[in-house]
Design a protein around this ligand. Structure first.
Ligand code: KG4
Ligand code: ZN
Length: 338
């Protein structure tokens, strides 16, 4: 089955052609990130205007790269939420129109589920169920238990800010460019320091799967405001911030594994592209003798893309028609699944 995936929930405009949920025939991502770097963050109205301009060329390019015609497409999958309403509508309205003209079924997809299914792309051995997934993106940080396709239970996550948001906001306090995650990671790599314990890891000793990141932002603000930081101080601050965020994520993820004893662990969302997170998580799994199959997509499939949307659609074929699709900017992982 060949699916065209469309993803426009945030600042990217993406389209992909995916065969049977895992074989990527093409994946095209146009980003207006340069524009947002200038403004230090996303201006939703501007993001949507850029997406209106790029959506058709991006879809055409995805078909061209996959060497497919619209006739050869079996279904169209589109992100319906969560995300920025203006941006989501660009993708959804385009998908509806194409579905009507090309007479193809439409499959609505939850963007967060998309991040999880990025781990099904290009895999010989697919993640086995039950799985635990950590989804850490710019707007969400959730831990979920997946019993099977379509059977997913929220088991924990952040009480306040998302991990990616924390990277973005603290990077801004250090005058580092948007998006903050890659900037902080880059700066951190420039110094070698073993002991990185300056900032607190809230809730880490509590026996629940709750996370919290808003306090870190305030702690960094108190530490750096009204100071002119040297390059070295910026690097040290970055390494401290990165370590605090990933320690919290790793500790609660491992707690979830011990509690639920899943067969596989999926780590996904933009933050999963973080090198230090991957290294430290692998090391901890080994150190604690945890037997689990770990899935972390390659960096370009951790961040927003449309291949992951087509993958969700294949494994959870909830087909609908163009006039029944509902866009929901507030959609989360709890209210879409049993
Ligand atoms: O999943 P994503 O591409 O978009 C959303 O759905 O939000 O995630 C974007 C987030 C941003 O907050 C960005 O700073 C963070 O992922 N991010 C990273 C890295 N690459 C992207 N965070 C830490 N390290 C990275 N290498
Ligand atoms: Zn995302």
């Amino acid at each position: 089955m060949i699916i065209l995936g469309i993803e426009t929930s945030c600042d990217e405009t993406a389209a992909a052609i995916v065969k049977d949920g895992k074989e990527i025939l093409s994946s095209v991502v146009a980003s207006s990130q340069e524009m947002h770097t200038k403004t230090g963050g996303i201006i939703p109205e501007q993001a949507a205007r850029e997406q209106v301009k790029s959506i058709i060329p991006v879809i055409s390019e995805s078909l061209k790269q996959a060497n497919k015609t619209p006739k050869q497409i079996d279904a169209i999958a589109v992100t319906v939420g969560p995300g920025l309403i203006g941006s989501l509508l660009v993708g959804v309205e385009t998908a509806k129109t194409l579905s009507l003209i090309w007479k193809k079924p439409l499959i609505p997809v939850n963007h967060l589920l998309g991040h999880i299914y990025a781990s099904f792309l290009e895999q010989k051995n697919l993640p086995k169920f039950p799985s635990i997934a950590l989804v850490a993106s710019g707007g969400h940080t959730d831990l979920v238990y997946i019993k099977n396709h379509g059977n997913i239970k929220w088991i924990g996550g952040t009480r306040d800010d998302a991990a990616g948001e924390c990277f973005d906001k603290t990077a801004r306090l250090l005058n580092l460019p948007y998006p903050g995650g890659p900037s902080i990671s880059r700066e951190s790599e420039k110094i070698k320091k073993e002991k990185l314990t300056k900032y607190p890891r809230p809730l880490i000793n509590e026996k629940n799967l709750d996370l919290s990141f808003s306090g870190l932002k305030t702690a960094v603000l108190n530490s750096v405001q009204n100071k002119k930081l040297s390059q070295k101080q910026i690097q040290e601050e970055s390494a401290e911030i990165q370590e605090a965020i990933i320690d919290s994520l790793i500790s609660k993820t491992l707690m979830a594994i011990k509690k639920y004893n899943p067969k596989s662990l999926i780590v996904s969302g933009g933050v999963a592209a973080n090198k230090r997170l991957k290294e430290k998580l692998r090391k901890e799994i080994k150190k604690q003798y945890i037997e689990i199959n770990l899935y972390i997509p390659e960096p370009k499939y951790c961040t927003d893309n449309a291949a992951m949307i087509a993958s969700v659609a294949f494994f959870n074929q909830e087909k609908t028609t163009w006039n029944n699709i509902v866009t929901d900017p507030q959609l989360n992982l709890i209210n879409t699944h049993k």
